[in-house]
Design a protein around this ligand. Structure first.
Ligand SMILES: *Cc1c(COP(=O)(O)O)cnc(C)c1O
Length: 243
């Protein structure tokens, strides 16, 4: 069973890497410039351990509670591995401290209030020597401005960027976005790319662009994404379609 799953994940990983490579060739980009993050929400720690064995170390989770116990389980299964956990979901401010304890980067900062909660949690971790540097964050950008899906709308992006840049325990690294389901991904990611350029013009160190998932990673690579976040194509269909 474990061996079968390992072989399946290896096959899926090779297929995803081939898609990224082909998209890069088509876009005239170097595949080394596009990082693959495995979004492991809803999958068991045993699958994450197999992904680590296959050399994937960038991992993404979207629920604080599920992620916290999975991080501990994966550490127990693969004590020598060095996973880098990313938080990519909507985050309640009262979960900031728990997530800061294990996260490598938060990709879903979409309000000043959340930034402040993360800043105080990260500052405390720094003061207590549980962290050695500021917490890297991306701003989650909303393509359609729909507040239900999370993300900061275009007209509030630069004000939020300035706010985060003023948080001493946070480091503003760039932008993350999800293409709206009904949208044409090329149009959506063209808009995201322009937003990322505006952000970078104001904050030159904010160079990371995290965009593209299982269904639309090619379009994201065409529009200069540097991180694709892939769940389904790597791990199979999730149990709950809404997650
Ligand atoms: C679930 C999720 C992904 C991965 O989606 P797939 O379509 O399964 O590849 C990427 N980004 C975010 C923010 C997610 O919540």
């Amino acid at each position: 069973m474990g061996e079968e799953r390992r072989a399946e994940l290896a096959r899926r990983l090779a297929a995803v890497r081939a898609r990224i490579a082909a998209a890069c060739v088509a876009a005239g980009r170097d595949p080394a410039d596009v990082e693959l993050m495995a979004v492991t929400k809803t999958v068991p720690a045993s699958d994450v351990a197999l992904l680590l064995d296959l050399g994937l170390t960038a991992l993404g989770e979207n629920r604080a509670q599920e992620a916290g116990s999975k991080v501990a389980d994966v550490a127990a299964l693969r004590p020598d591995a060095q996973p880098r956990w990313h938080f990519v979901g909507s985050l309640q401010r009262n979960k900031a401290r728990a997530v800061v304890a294990w996260v490598h980067r938060i990709e879903s900062v979409d309000s000043a209030r959340l930034a402040d909660a993360l800043d105080s949690a990260a500052a405390r971790a720094l003061d207590e020597s549980r962290r050695t540097g500021p917490l890297p964050v991306l701003l989650q950008y909303s393509v359609d401005g729909d507040p239900a899906r999370g993300g900061v709308p275009a007209d509030a992006l630069l004000a939020l960027a300035d706010h985060v840049a003023g948080c001493r325990a946070l480091r503003l690294d760039g932008l993350m976005a999800v293409a709206p389901q009904a949208a044409d991904p090329d149009a959506a990611f063209a808009d995201v790319e322009a937003a990322a350029a505006r952000l970078r013009a104001a904050h030159p160190a904010a160079t990371t662009l995290s965009a593209g998932m299982s269904g639309d990673l090619e379009a994201a690579v065409r529009h200069s994404s540097g991180v694709v976040r892939v769940g389904t194509a790597l791990l199979g269909e999730r149990q709950l379609a809404s997650l």
